[in-house]
Design a binder for this molecule. Structure first.
Ligand SMILES: Cc1cc2nc3c(=O)[nH]c(=O)nc-3n(C[C@H](O)[C@H](O)[C@H](O)COP(=O)(O)OP(=O)(O)OC[C@H]3O[C@@H](n4cnc5c(N)ncnc54)[C@H](O)[C@@H]3O)c2cc1C
Length: 359
């Protein structure tokens, strides 16, 4: 395909990244009368929101799953979009394996004052609802932005392999560490270049798994489905029953060393681990999926930064550049709840407000 060149008129904005922050920003900017073009490098929107479906139709979360009432902007957005939240199931006995040579500890977690919720229909319902509300936004999938430059006419040129956009403003809604993979204009200060590779991408390097079952066999013996382990492949796990309580499963995280073995081996190790507590029933899931979050859509140059939230919300990530033509968004730019869905929404709100007030 020839390079497709799009010249956008005034009030046109390009957004790089079709994750929660990019889509929320498009939703907010459309309300201000802007026409938006989103460039998304992968073949799907949603980014770190990644819901898959099991054989029985259960919505299973390989990415973002939980939130609480302190995530006020997320809760408000869900309400505005007509989405429901429901409580994460925590009732019953929880298992904690602290040492491999001791039996597991069993305990009951008291009700929390700030309980965790999930989104009815799966977290992707939020992405779907945002997309369905976009009326004047074009989304280009499989389109990775590679260069941003300033034009003679003071507009910004955003380039991808097969697309060039000439637009009034561009907002970069990807993890800051990944911005190093985009060629930026010479006017960008060197402090920002130095900062970008040091900004931790939340959850980079983690391995999330999901299991789907026909029935919640663990609840029969009053187990909550929660498991914490310092000794085996699963490090933490939770009941993954749906809002209607007619689809069942687990979700959780694997020890990051499991990255070194195949998916089949990870699955057999997970089932073996769970069989210690619930026996044969464990070996008949209707679906198993997992995802190692270490690809080039989340980290740059395979560099996993171990320090959680390092340089998240840094003031340089919140400034406007090129005289209010270039902004950074994305959850890691947020000064509150950076890394979480709430941070992605707050970042989008910050940039939308800034653009509203820009000269
Ligand atoms: C395993 C896991 C579990 C999580 N659990 C929770 C949870 O329980 N609760 C919670 O609140 N949050 C959780 N999160 C975090 C939450 O998913 C994120 O905060 C949120 O989704 C980030 O949205 P974002 O738009 O800022 O970034 P992203 O979702 O990373 O979106 C960025 C998008 O940009 C695209 N992109 C990258 N480079 C380019 C480029 N050059 N050109 C074009 N497109 C590009 C990517 O493909 C991606 O779609 C979890 C994340 C993971 C990975």
């Amino acid at each position: 395909m020839d390079n497709l060149s799009l010249i956008l008129n005034e009030k046109n904005i390009a957004i790089i990244g079709g994750g929660l922050s990019g889509l929320t920003l498009a939703y907010l900017l459309e309300k201000q009368g802007y026409k938006i073009t989103i460039l998304e490098a992968s073949s799907r929107i949603g980014g770190r929101v990644h819901t898959v479906e099991g054989k029985l139709g259960t919505h299973l979360e390989l990415g973002a799953t939980w939130f609480s009432d302190i995530h006020v902007k997320l809760v408000l957005l869900l309400k505005e979009l007509g989405l429901k939240k429901y409580l994460q199931y925590t009732k019953g006995t929880t298992i904690f394996q602290t040492k491999s040579f001791e039996p597991p500890q069993l305990f009951t977690i008291p009700d929390s004052e700030q309980p965790s919720f999930r989104i009815a229909g799966g977290t992707y319902s939020l992405i779907d609802a945002l997309k369905n509300n976009l009326k004047r936004t074009n989304i280009f999938l499989n389109t990775r932005a590679t260069r941003i430059s300033l034009m003679d006419d003071e507009n910004v040129l955003v380039e991808a392999d097969e697309l060039s956009l000439n637009c009034e403003k561009v907002i970069v809604c990807i993890p800051p560490q990944l911005v190093s993979s985009i060629q930026l204009p010479v006017q960008i200060p060197s402090e920002l270049y130095m900062l970008l590779p040091t900004v931790q991408t939340w959850m980079a390097g983690s391995i999330k798994f999901v299991l789907e079952y026909e029935s919640p066999f663990w609840r029969k013996n009053n187990f909550s489905g929660m498991l914490y382990s310092h000794t085996d492949i699963i490090t933490e796990m939770y009941d993954h029953t749906n809002y209607e309580v007619n689809k069942f499963g687990f979700t959780g995280f694997l020890n990051s060393s499991a990255n070194g073995i195949s998916l089949e081996k990870r699955m057999s190790n997970v089932l073996r681990h769970l069989s210690e507590f619930w026996g044969e029933e464990v070996f008949a899931p209707s679906a198993y999926f997992d995802k190692v979050w270490n690809d080039d859509l989340i980290v740059f140059n395979n560099q996993i930064i171990k320090m959680p939230h390092q340089n998240n919300g840094h003031p340089l990530l919140q400034k406007a550049y090129l005289e209010e033509k270039l902004y950074f968004c994305g959850t890691e730019t947020s000064s509150q709840y950076a890394g979480y869905m709430e941070g992605a929404i707050q970042a989008a709100m910050r940039v939308a407000n800034r653009i509203k007030q820009a000269p």
